[in-house]
Design a protein around this ligand. Structure first.
Ligand code: SAM
Ligand code: SF4
Length: 348
């Protein structure tokens, strides 16, 4: 439903013009942030994300084109979505991603355009992405040891990830966030070393509690380490003081070492639920609007889109979707979810 808002010029009220109503869900949370998955495929096989073999990849004709994505985002931007994050799978394996970046940048009201990447292809694409209008990047880094990287990602590539961080700094992406999925017994002995990077570099190291996405329940339970324990490990280097995050706090809580140029954050979907502040939805690579990372609430946008849906038609679907955005997720450590596995299959 559209609302009427007064239009003014030189302070004089001229007429009423139609403004689409801003998106908010049934719990009064305004939706201002959208994650856009551009592919379900990846050049790594991280143990917590996807199996080594046997992924049922999306058929290519089901993956949204850049034009289709831009059409959806135009509709969302008019409803108040301001911040976008391009993700995957690995978004940089999709051909000519700078073209999509430029298209999204050109949409009025989009204020922030970020990318989540494993970094492998960033050194060669950083310049084109910057020129196209990408503002910032999150790079995944779970370890500083090459052989351990191979164990976790099931492929080589640590040197490229480190080069990606350097390239991100060189081309002026700001801020640079690093995501590390913490796994007890796999990389928890490196938390202090990873956090130490933030003393010398203006990087924002974010430790993420592992979520039950892939693998056996036993592995997930054994690897899970709660955020408070992660922080205790990091405090073994030096005291941490709470601080504001580089782009506000979002789902993370941020700290810094007194002498640090960057920050250390923890993202704790399981131990400190942040759903009450949720402002986000996600678009899967095959055009499903997911209302929550965890769970199967979703609405199909691809079918109406390919049937000729206008911006207004899509906006009606967005508003309808708000009714099924859940108040919170109900995941527990050690519990896997079929919906989550489906999520990874459609591009997380
Ligand atoms: N391929 C890109 C990357 O790795 O950054 C973007 C997609 S990836 C799905 C986005 C983020 O989700 C990464 O930081 C990754 O580490 C994180 N992630 C994937 N599986 C996870 C899990 N089971 N628990 C917690 N975080 C996970
Ligand atoms: Fe690929 Fe990112 Fe998943 Fe790792 S976390 S397998 S890099 S999509």
């Amino acid at each position: 439903m559209a609302t009427l808002a007064p239009s003014t010029r030189n302070g004089r009220r001229l007429a009423f013009v139609e403004q689409p109503q801003q998106l908010s869900d049934t719990f009064n949370r305004a939706i201002t942030y959208m994650r856009i998955s551009v592919t379900d495929r990846c050049n790594l096989r991280c143990v917590y994300c996807m199996p080594e073999e046997g992924m049922p990849w999306l058929e290519r004709q089901h993956v949204l084109t850049y034009e289709e994505i831009a059409h959806i985002i135009r509709a969302a931007a008019e409803l108040g979505v301001r911040r976008l994050r391009i993700t995957g799978g690995e978004p940089l394996i999709r051909r000519d991603l700078p073209r999509l970046v430029a298209m999204l940048r050109a949409i009025p009201d989009i204020e922030d355009l970020a990318l989540s990447t494993n970094g492998l292809l960033l050194p060669e694409q950083a310049e084109a992405l910057k020129d196209a209008g990408l503002t910032r990047v999150n790079v995944s880094l779970d370890t500083l040891r090459p052989e351990r990287f191979r164990d976790i990602a099931r492929r080589d590539g640590l040197d490229k990830v480190l080069a990606a961080l350097e390239a991100a700094e060189r081309y002026g992406f700001h801020p640079i966030k690093i995501n590390c999925v913490v796994m007890r017994g796999k990389n928890d002995d490196e938390l202090a070393d990873l956090a130490r990077l933030t003393i010398e570099r203006p990087w924002h190291m974010r430790f993420i509690e592992i979520m039950p996405l892939e693998g056996s329940v036993e592995d997930q339970t054994a690897w899970y380490m709660p955020a408070d324990e992660i922080l205790d490990r990091v405090r073994s280097i030096a005291a941490l003081e709470p601080t504001e995050g580089p782009t506000g706090n979002g789902p993370a809580r941020y700290y810094r070492f007194p002498s640090g140029k960057g920050t250390v954050g923890v993202i704790s979907p399981l131990s400190h639920n942040y759903c009450d502040r949720c402002n986000r939805v996600r678009l899967t690579a095959d055009g499903q609007l997911r209302l929550c990372l965890f769970g199967d609430n979703q609405i199909d946008l691809r079918t109406p889109l390919r049937g000729g849906a206008t911006i207004e038609d899509l906006q009606r679907i967005f508003r309808r979707a708000m009714r099924i955005k859940p108040e919170r997720h109900h995941l527990q450590p050690g519990q896997t979810s079929a919906a989550l596995i489906a999520l990874s299959q459609t591009g997380g």
